[in-house]
Design a protein around this ligand. Structure first.
Ligand code: HEM
Ligand code: HEM
Length: 191
């Protein structure tokens, strides 16, 4: 591929930072959900390890989401829409909702742990609660919202992924290819 073709193809995709941040977020969300839904199955030492992993990965996810929103606003590449106005509206509504639900899930996670008077463990390093514990009624609400919001995020992300696959393989407009690393799925551009 000549340099000109490589550059043209490059501009059809999101920049490397956006792609990396998108797939790291997706992976962490799946890990978080799987840990939270499965940690009641094994005995205590493994259960404890899974909770600590959830808390550590939760802190990494916090940093990634905040960085990602900053990157999106400042340096992330903007691409012309490949979608019809209605599809574009639906995609933007879904993506903004996912950002908001992820931020809410993160806030609820810290509120649950710290509000119950427990420290958050980052790779075994204990970060104590910066505020006084909440009442048990408030903690019940936080637990319930964190648990149901997790299902909502996973449900919406599944719909979002299905839409991306439908666009890529049925409508064939290369929407998914734009969010993949260079060299995957996009047709070669003529010089
Ligand atoms: C998208 C990200 C996240 C998802 C999908 C998620 C999902 C879950 C799920 C499914 C549970 C189990 C709920 C239940 O037992 O009914 C849970 C529990 C919990 N999560 Fe998250 N979570 C996320 C992020 C976070 C973050 C960022 C934190 C805080 C750093 C956090 C802290 C907690 C705590 C403290 C529990 C309860 C642990 C225990 O039972 O001792 N979560 N989460
Ligand atoms: C938990 C999983 C996921 C979350 C939270 C998530 C979230 C998001 C968000 C917030 C955006 C907007 C990016 C921006 O403009 O800032 C986005 C874009 C995108 N996502 Fe996901 N995503 C997930 C999984 C997936 C999967 C599994 C696929 C594909 C199978 C996918 C395909 C795409 C594509 C193609 C775009 C770009 C759409 C466009 O150009 O308008 N995502 N995603």
């Amino acid at each position: 591929m000549t340099e000109a073709v490589a550059n043209a193809t490059d501009k059809l995709r999101y920049d490397r930072g956006t792609v990396l941040l998108h797939w790291t977020t997706a992976l962490l969300v799946v890990i978080q959900f799987a840990l939270g839904e499965m940690w009641d199955w094994p005995a205590k030492p493994v259960h404890h390890l899974m909770v600590v992993t959830h808390l550590t990965a939760g802190m990494v996810l916090t940093a990634i989401i905040l960085f990602r929103i900053g990157w999106r606003i400042t340096r992330g590449r903007r691409l012309a829409s490949l979608l019809s106005p209605v599809d574009r509206f639906c995609a933007l509504a879904m993506e903004s909702t996912l950002y908001m639900l992820l931020l809410a899930e993160i806030g609820l996670g810290y509120a649950w742990r710290w509000g119950a008077g427990q420290a958050i463990s980052f790779l075994g390093l204990l970060l104590p609660s910066p505020f006084t514990p909440f009442s048990s009624g408030t903690i019940w609400w936080i637990e319930t919202l964190h648990s149901w919001n997790a299902w909502l995020i996973v449900g919406l992300a599944t719909g979002h992924a299905a839409a991306a696959l439908f666009h890529q393989f049925v409508i064939r407009d290369h929407v998914l290819a734009r969010m993949l690393p260079a060299g995957t799925l996009l047709p070669r551009t003529k010089p």
